[in-house]
Design a protein around this ligand. Structure first.
Ligand SMILES: [Zn+2]
Length: 429
């Protein structure tokens, strides 16, 4: 029976710089990835006939340069080529000691295949991963152990047992970049298994049959790790330590950027800064003060709006009461407002309507923004029913009983506001 290289001694782990590789298929099996709505985030399971639409295959190879997810490092992306076809490989996972490559079509056992790794993605992962080792080593020297880490799509983080001071962050960043410039070798050792700390090994990893690797950064750091690493700290390029966020009580997530991501971040930040310069018509150093002034202006405007609104509500409620007295009905339409806030203030100001005092019809909004309809007074529900029965506002949805009915208008169509007013005019109360 054919056997494959074990995870721990895969070609990508022995030489992380291999970009192309030739190997053969050991076995291939059909699997199905359940849709999230049906089965949550479970991993691949055996297929059933009804799941054929999502079918895919997992291929075991004699050896591989495509790294399976592990040690906090996401799986590689790559391409697998048979003598006849090419397939993308967008997920590789470890099952016990075996790396399984997910592809969309079956490949026969013993087929010779060529592999190509997505090197841009891999090199980025090697930079983030090796850089994280360095950050954690420097923080260890400051008596701050790393509890966990995450390699994000843009920004990554290490989780620490406490928040660092700004001075500590700056000192750690300086120290990391100093080590980068010193060009210290990063190397992998496979020592006697008894000498390796097995605390962080995955529970399902067979330490007896597997390979336990220890990654060294010169004499600075030594850590058991299965990931892919750079050969020298110089290749890390640069480390930028960013903001911290509190998590799980006193813990802190210290976010960071490494290598080419520092440049990408600088480019995005520059783009954003220039957009702010343009939108706020000011220099970069003035942005914060300018936003402070705008916030203060907004607060003043909102205060003023509240005062004006109170005056308008008072005047409009007086008019409504007058109309009720004269005609037993009143009409309010505000095309400039969408929600019910204004009407709620108005209704509160009008106060309780006595029985037999009439009906008030309040409508807001215009066009595609939609709006609201509120009917109050004795028989409000019947008036609303008539509006719906006559199809005056097509986008009207709502409900209510007796003296209060309120609804939402998804969209005002052409002529509907005029039709509503005409309906009100002929309404007999
Ligand atoms: Zn590592």
């Amino acid at each position: 029976m054919a056997t494959s290289a074990v995870v721990g001694a895969l070609a990508c782990q022995v030489d992380s710089y291999l970009r192309n590789f030739e190997t053969t298929v050991v076995q291939c099996r059909q699997v199905v990835t359940p849709t999230p709505s049906k089965a949550g985030k479970k991993s691949a399971v055996q297929t059933t006939p009804s799941d054929v639409a999502q079918e895919c295959y997992e291929v075991e190879l004699k050896d591989t340069i495509l790294f399976p997810e592990g040690g906090g490092q996401p799986s590689d992306h790559g391409v697998i080529s048979t003598p006849d076809e090419q397939f993308p490989v967008l997920a590789i996972r470890r099952e016990l000691l075996t790396a399984l490559h997910k592809v969309s079509k079956p490949i026969e056992p013993n087929t010779p295949v060529k592999l190509e790794v997505n090197w841009k993605r891999r090199f980025d992962h090697m930079q983030q991963h090796s850089g994280q080792h360095l950050i954690s080593a420097i923080l260890d020297q400051m008596q701050v152990p790393t509890l966990a880490w995450n390699l994000g799509e843009k920004v990554s983080y290490v989780e620490l047992p406490r928040k660092l001071t700004d001075e500590e962050v700056l000192a750690a960043e300086d120290r990391c970049n100093d080590i980068i410039r010193q060009g210290i070798d990063i190397w992998v050792e496979v020592p006697d298994k008894d000498l390796v700390n097995k605390d962080k090994l995955p529970e399902d990893y067979d330490a007896e049959r597997g390979i336990l690797r220890v990654v060294h950064i010169g004499s600075l750091d030594a850590n058991p790790c299965c990931g892919t690493h750079l050969k020298n700290t110089r290749e890390i390029g640069s480390i930028a330590l960013l903001h911290q966020l509190p998590i799980r009580g006193a813990n802190s997530r210290l976010h960071f950027l490494i290598g080419d991501r520092v440049r990408a971040y600088a480019r995005d930040s520059n783009y954003l800064t220039r957009a702010l310069n343009s939108r706020l018509s000011c220099q970069t150093e003035e942005i914060e003060a300018k936003i402070g002034r705008l916030e203060s202006q907004l607060r003043d405007s909102l205060k003023r709006e509240k005062l004006w609104m109170a005056d308008v509500v008072k005047a409009e409620s007086a008019r409504v009461k007058e109309d009720l007295k004269l005609e037993k009905k009143a009409y309010v339409y505000r095309g400039d407002l969408v929600g019910l806030d204004y009407f709620n203030s108005l209704v509160a100001q009008i106060g309780n309507l006595e029985p037999n005092s009439g009906v008030v019809l309040l409508a807001s909004g215009a066009g595609k923004n939609g709006g609201a309809l509120l009917v109050i007074g004795e028989g409000a529900d019947k008036v609303a029913s008539k509006i719906r029965e006559e199809g005056i506002i097509k986008g009207l949805k709502g409900g209510g009983k007796g003296a209060k009915w309120q609804g939402k208008i998804t969209q005002w169509e052409k002529g509907e506001a005029e039709s509503l007013k005409a309906f009100f005019d002929r309404l007999e109360c």
